[in-house]
Design a binder for this molecule. Structure first.
Ligand code: PXG
Length: 465
């Protein structure tokens, strides 16, 4: 490890926290609540571990924020950024110009994405990518002479980002309440969350029923008004909700039947997370558009975009004229150079196959053991995504009163024991870097068990169970 990184930081934790609460408004944060407590300050990272300003080592089972797929400290990515910063730190792609990294990455993305994708439109993030989706879907139907096709159908408890379009596509009521969302012509159907909504039937039957809600909504609106359906192959921020196997093939069938565009939001599920390059390949759909971000650069530098299927690309290219949309950082050369290095690294190390054949199945095996734990009502994994549903009563699957925030109690123990695991309500979720080893999965599983036991003890001591 680099000796320089081990030198003490110039400020104490208390000093960092004071400056933080004096000036820094964090995303999705109760500002006052945080100021009274102080941030945890993360100062460095290597492989799957982080260190905070107190020198405490933490196993990062969330890959930063679902993004550091190749792990921290990868020299290839650092070198690619450094080289590109020296050669050409920025040029745009607006006025009939391009840069070599943006072109080369477009070529590489066409290679690693499903065959219907030969073109990319770059953005700076996943949210911006989904803004592009809304603009592009509506433009496609306008060019085809069907401007009344504006409605995009999404799902409750979906997460598609935090811009006006991203938050509108998303199905988080707390986000809609702040800001008069959704924007017009975005509607939501119920999510395919078997544990919460379908336990009175088989998973497969529930998958068909949940997909059937799409057809019902199309018929209610009139198919001639519906432009597209958007979904995450597996809901990430919503709680790692792996839909039944029947769900996505049925969604595909319905989209095909009514000629509606299918958009797969692959911001979390892209670049190997599920054991395929993209989640749609794992779930069995053939989308027309695919949003990506996060794992494209393993989070080392911001980049997002939309893969544009031939059905749409041909219309926009052959008949569309100018598309009045784009971002300063569309195709940022440094971000694209890092993405190229990242994708080459994923290919060279066979990380997608590794998730599919080795560490993904091993995580599933270790997670299955938690099904015996008194607090756990459901265990789900797919590739290197995992969820543990905490319940009050194992036999009936009854959940805790949400106000008790049992998930937050568990998350507190995770932080205390050097593990980053997220709580979405009472669903504990992980998505570790794809480079995690079997021994590190054992280490992570040991920490998770300890935290579940500590949470169980708390819950019993407080008389909640
Ligand atoms: N789509 C999906 C499926 C996402 O998960 C976005 C779009 C937006 O990407 P940007 O780059 O604009 O953030 C995301 C982001 C969480 C959490 O709490 C998840 C995300 C972001 C922040 C927090 O799990 N996903």
């Amino acid at each position: 490890m680099n000796a320089v990184l081990n030198t003490p930081h110039p400020r104490t934790t208390a000093e960092w926290q004071a400056a933080d609460s004096a000036h820094y408004l964090h995303p999705f944060t109760d500002f006052k609540g945080l100021a009274s407590k102080g941030s945890r300050v993360i100062t460095r990272a290597d492989n799957i571990y982080l260190w905070d300003s107190e020198g405490k080592k933490i196993l990062d089972a969330m890959s930063g924020l679902w993004c550091v797929n190749v792990g921290y400290g990868r020299q290839e990515l650092i070198d690619a950024a450094t080289r590109q910063l020296k050669e050409l730190p920025f040029y745009n792609s607006f006025f009939q110009t391009a840069t070599p990294p943006a072109i080369e990455l477009a070529e590489l993305l066409a290679e690693v994405t499903p065959p219907q994708f030969q073109h990319v439109f770059y953005s700076g993030s996943g949210s911006e990518g989904n803004d592009t989706v809304v603009r592009m879907v509506r433009r496609y139907w306008d060019v085809l002479g069907q401007p009344q096709r504006k409605v995009i159908i999404s799902r409750k408890n979906a997460y598609h980002g935090s811009t006006m379009a991203g938050a509108s596509l998303g199905g988080m009521s707390g986000m809609h309440e702040q800001g008069g969302l959704p924007i017009p012509d975005i509607v939501h159907i119920e999510q395919p969350f078997w544990f919460e909504l379908g336990r009175d039937m088989s998973r497969d039957a529930f998958g068909l029923k949940a997909a059937g809600l799409l057809e019902a909504k199309i018929l209610e609106l009139g198919a001639e008004r519906v432009a597209a359906f958007i979904g995450e192959p597996i809901q990430g921020a919503g709680g790692v909700i792996v839909p039944p196997d029947t769900y996505w093939p049925e969604i595909q069938r319905i989209c095909d039947k009514y000629g509606i565009l299918l958009v797969s939001d692959e911001v979390i599920t892209g670049f190997g997370r599920t054991g395929q390059w993209f989640g749609c390949e794992r779930m069995g759909s053939k989308p027309d558009l695919m949003t990506f971000a996060k794992g494209v650069t393993s989070g080392y530098i911001p980049l997002g975009g939309v893969m544009v299927g031939e059905r749409i690309a041909r219309v926009l290219i052959d008949q569309g004229g100018e598309f009045n949309h784009g971002y300063t950082y569309s195709g940022h050369p440094v971000a694209c150079a890092v993405a190229i290095a990242n994708i080459r690294l994923i290919q060279r190390e066979g990380l997608v196959e590794r998730v599919r054949e080795d560490v993904g199945p091993y995580l599933a095996q270790r997670f299955a053991e938690f099904a015996e734990h008194p607090l756990v009502g459901e265990v789900q994994t797919c590739g290197l995504m995992g969820a543990l549903q905490l319940v009050k009563d194992k036999a009936s699957g009854a959940t805790f009163d949400g106000a008790l925030e049992v998930g937050m109690v568990c998350r507190g123990h995770c932080f205390g024991n050097g593990l980053i695991m997220r709580a979405v309500g009472d669903r504990m979720i992980i998505a570790p870097p794809l480079v995690i080893t079997r021994a590190q999965i054992d280490e992570m599983a040991g920490l998770i068990r300890r935290c579940l036991d500590l949470t169980l003890a708390d819950v019993k001591a407080r008389g909640w169970m």
